[in-house]
Each structure stands twice: as C-alpha cells, then as structure tokens.
Design a protein around this ligand. Structure first.
Ligand SMILES: Cc1cc2nc3c(=O)[nH]c(=O)nc-3n(C[C@H](O)[C@H](O)[C@H](O)COP(=O)(O)OP(=O)(O)OC[C@H]3O[C@@H](n4cnc5c(N)ncnc54)[C@H](O)[C@@H]3O)c2cc1C
Length: 452
C-alpha cells in the first residue's frame, strides 16, 4: 500500500535543505506540502499586514518550486490542531512532519497538534518535528552545569563546537496526491524580492563579493550588511547552508552574527527572563513623542532616517535599529515594548526571538544587561561615525539634502543664513530636536539607578 506524509510548512518556506521535506520524500510514496492559514496570526498581537503580504509572496514562490518538481503546495484555513489531524485522517497519512520552533505560542500549538495526532512517531503517533530553523539545535546547547546560556560570548564558543546536521539537497521529484483540492491563497505583495529563488541569488551575490568586507563595513549605514534577514525570517534561505558556505569562505565575523540569531532562539526557548528590572518608564508622557519617533520627526537626523527607512521599506540597518532603540528608551524614556510592537508590525524580518531579544538588549533589561550607560547612543556622534558623508541621512530625510556634511548631524545649529542656503528652515521644513540628548542621558542614568 502506498504511504502518504504531510509536510506542514510554517516559516521554513523552501525546498533546499529542508529536513522535514527531505525525509518525507525519501520515506513516503506521496507527500502533501501544506500551509495552514491560522486566523490567530492575522488578529494576533504581532500581526503585520506588510509581513503577511511578504509571506504570501514567499508561499506562492514555494508553490512554484514544488511544481517544478512535480508537486504542489496545499492551503487550508483554520486552527492547525483541527485542520491537520482531519486532513491526515482523510488522506490516511502516516506521518506529519514539520520544522520545530521555539516560541511559547509555537510550542503550545505544536503540542496540541501532536496530541491530536496521537503523539510522536517514535511513540506510536504520527507527529514528527524536525530541525531546520536554526544552525545548531538550540535546545541541546547547554552550559557545563546543564543550564541555558544567558550571555552571548560563552554561548558562541559552545555554538562553534556544536554538531551540524547534514545539508539536504532539494528533492528532485515530489509526488503529491492527484485528487486533493489545493485550496487558495491570496496574492502576495513582494514578488520582486520574496521567495527561495531570490533568497539563493541574494546569498550568492553576498558571499561572492561584499561578505569579504563585512568585518570592516557592517556598521556602515549605507551598506555593508547582507540584508538577508527577511529570507532567514521566512526560511526561504537555510541558515545552516548559509553558515556553512560563509564558514568555508572564512567569513568569521558574519558567521558570528548569524550565531546571534541562534542565541536569541535559545533565550526564547528557555524563556529566560530579564536580569535587570525595568526602570520606571514614562508611561503617560506625551504620546506625541512616540508619534514623532514612529514617524521620523524627532529632529535627530539619524533617528529619523532609520525610522523612515523602516516605514518605507520594512527593513532597517542594524546600527540604525540600535540608535532608534536607544533613543526611544534612553532619550524618550518610553517602554521598549512600544518599540518592539512597532518593529513587529513594520519589519519584514520581524520575529519574536530576535526582536524581543534585541529590544531588551538595547533597553538594558535583557538576559545580559551591561551598565545602561554603555548602551546609550549619542545620535549625533553615531551619525558622524557611521554616516560620515551623510548619504544615508540624505537618502531618507530629503529635506536635509542640501545641508552641508559637517552640519548634518546637528542641523539645528545652522545659522539663519545657513538654513536659507540649505533650503531647510528648522522648525518649518525639519523639526527642532524634540528633546535634548545631554539632558535626557543624565535622566536615563538616574531612572536606571533608581530602578535597581
Ligand atoms: C531593536 C532591534 C530589533 C531587532 N529586531 C529584529 C527582528 O525582528 N528580526 C531580525 O531578524 N533581526 C532583528 N534585529 C537584529 C538585526 O538588526 C537584524 O538581524 C539585521 O539588521 C538584519 O540585517 P542583515 O540581514 O543585513 O544583517 P547581517 O549583518 O548581514 O547579519 C546576517 C544575519 O545575522 C542575523 N543577525 C545579525 N544581527 C543580529 C542580531 N543582533 N540579533 C539576531 N540576529 C542577528 C540576522 O539573521 C541577519 O540577517 C534587531 C535589532 C535591534 C537592535
């Protein structure tokens, strides 16, 4: 009798190096690659129409990849714990495979699906979680005492030594059942960049060129990083295959950065709480400040450039993320969760583990908190250092385009004549700073000291 397996896709939208798909194809006659549109995501706390559109594009691209190999992607709507066991029963599927995940929501959902499938395959049931979302198995990384890591550097040392699973080529042929309705998915919104083919081409371009200069250039605001994060977020690129290629080419600084992604997955899996209590954030401080931050109207050019890049493209350079995060928490004294929520809505790479871990890092309340003053960035100095010719700021804040480079980090210091010459009157064409960084820095240190 022919056997059928379901491969339940979630945020692993590829055919190359996909352990669940590879196992299903190797061990079963027919495979049903399935995506379940869970309505809880569209209504959830971190819902993002922009990211959902990108995901749909990546799903259509996955469907095309599967079709090239004779298969198809099937779509269903509803609660996976109901939909998947019902489909497994309808098809007489022996196994349901998926790429395991780390968030509490994902683990609870997967536990419900597992239960509805009668348990795991090894225990007589039909559920089979597989690796694929991280480079190493983050559940297996442990300190010598057997606990989870809370500090990146020792995690990284262990991570470097941890075993890597084999890389799986894409299956050559995928045989899906012929009489099963495929279901429907609305069109996506990012067909020009989303999906595995784009991801692989972007990774090739990166590794064959600019990756060489990553160590020197990654903080350069006008480039210098891979911009592969949306692909890693949606699994259109295998993090392990990327790491192995980068490691072979000796791109150590880049592979170290990839390890941060595994680190925050490890932190989320173990639900490691903050080591320092939150200071008393200005809960009811003027929300105009939050709006100004969100809209890129703070009067600090680098902060505004970052926030506008995010609004326009759904991506922001890491250095700018650090500066805007520091500004929200240490200059405006607003709760980092407001920033986390905004990023979660806007970022194409928005992902709980990375977003939450990095926001707690910059707010100095994370698992590995340095003294708050060490993670307090002066937006003016950061701009002088990482955007010395002003090209990043000019690109995203066009009203400052004609401001001379030496005045660009502090446009409010321009004389009236200089403002006229630059065609930018402060307070009219571009805002005056909404707060004074030097004053707010002292206040942040006090607030954190009081919170101890
Ligand atoms: C406040 C804040 C929020 C963030 N939220 C997210 C998020 O929701 N999703 C997300 O993927 N990254 C997040 N980051 C981390 C980082 O900014 C992005 O991963 C990076 O900017 C993506 O650009 P890139 O692909 O060019 O990175 P590269 O520098 O080319 O790095 C390669 C890959 O390594 C991983 N990586 C790099 N830096 C980090 C880091 N600090 N933490 C975790 N992984 C990292 C990413 O997967 C990235 O794609 C956040 C950073 C900050 C400061």
């Amino acid at each position: 009798m022919s056997s059928i397996a379901i491969v339940w896709y979630r945020r692993d939208l590829r055919v190359h190096d996909h352990p669940a798909l590879a196992a299903a194809v190797a061990e079963h006659d027919r495979v049903v690659p399935l995506f379940v549109c869970d309505p809880r995501f569209a209504d959830g706390r971190y819902a993002s129409p922009r990211r959902a559109g990108y995901m749909r594009s990546a799903l259509h691209a996955l469907d095309a990849q599967l079709q090239e190999r004779g298969g198809r992607l099937f779509f269903r709507d509803g609660d996976p714990a109901t939909v998947i066991p019902a489909l497994a029963d309808e098809l007489g599927a022996r196994t349901v495979l998926w790429t395991s995940d780390v968030s509490r929501y994902a683990r609870d959902r997967d536990a419900r699906v597992t239960e509805a499938l009668g348990g795991r395959t090894g225990d007589g049931g039909r559920a089979r979680p597989m690796p694929g979302n991280s480079i190493v198995d983050v559940a297996r990384i442990a300190t010598q005492a057997g606990g989870p890591y809370t500090v990146f550097s020792p995690f990284h040392r262990t991570w470097q030594q941890a075993p890597r699973r084999p890389i799986h080529p894409a299956p050559q042929e995928i045989r899906t059942p012929t009489i099963l309705s495929t279901g429907r998915l609305e069109p996506g919104t990012h067909d020009d960049t989303a999906g595995e083919a784009h991801a692989r081409a972007a990774a090739d371009r990166w590794l064959h060129g600019p990756a060489d200069r990553y160590a020197q250039r990654h903080d350069d605001l006008s480039g210098g990083t891979s911009q592969l994060s949306p692909h890693l977020r949606w699994g259109t690129l295998s993090p392990l295959a990327l790491e192995q290629r980068a490691a072979r080419a000796g791109h150590d600084a880049f592979t170290r950065q990839l390890a941060w992604r595994d680190f925050y997955a490890h932190v989320l899996l173990h639900e490691i709480g903050s080591k320092r209590p939150d200071p008393a954030w200005d809960a009811d401080r003027d929300h105009e400040l939050l709006d100004a931050w969100r809209d890129g109207r703070t009067g600090y050019p680098l902060v505004d450039a970052g926030m506008r890049q995010l609004a326009r493209t759904g991506w922001m350079h890491n250095r700018a993320r650090l500066v805007v995060g520091s500004f929200l928490t240490k200059d405006l004294h607003l709760d980092w969760r407001l920033g986390e929520m905004h990023f979660a809505r806007e970022l194409l790479d928005g992902e709980l583990a990375q977003n939450n871990g990095n926001w707690r890092w910059i707010a100095s309340v994370g698992v590995d908190p340095a003294p708050p003053a060490r993670r307090m960035f002066n937006p003016t100095l950061q701009q002088r250092r990482f955007d010395p010719d002003g090209s990043y700021v000019r690109r995203w804040v066009p009203e400052l385009e004609r401001v001379p480079a030496d005045l660009l980090p502090e446009p409010w210091t321009m004389t009236d004549a200089q403002q006229r010459d630059a065609g930018c009157v402060i307070g009219r064409d571009y805002p005056a700073p909404i707060v004074d960084h030097a004053v707010e820095r002292r206040r942040a240190i006090e607030l954190f000291a009081r919170g101890q």
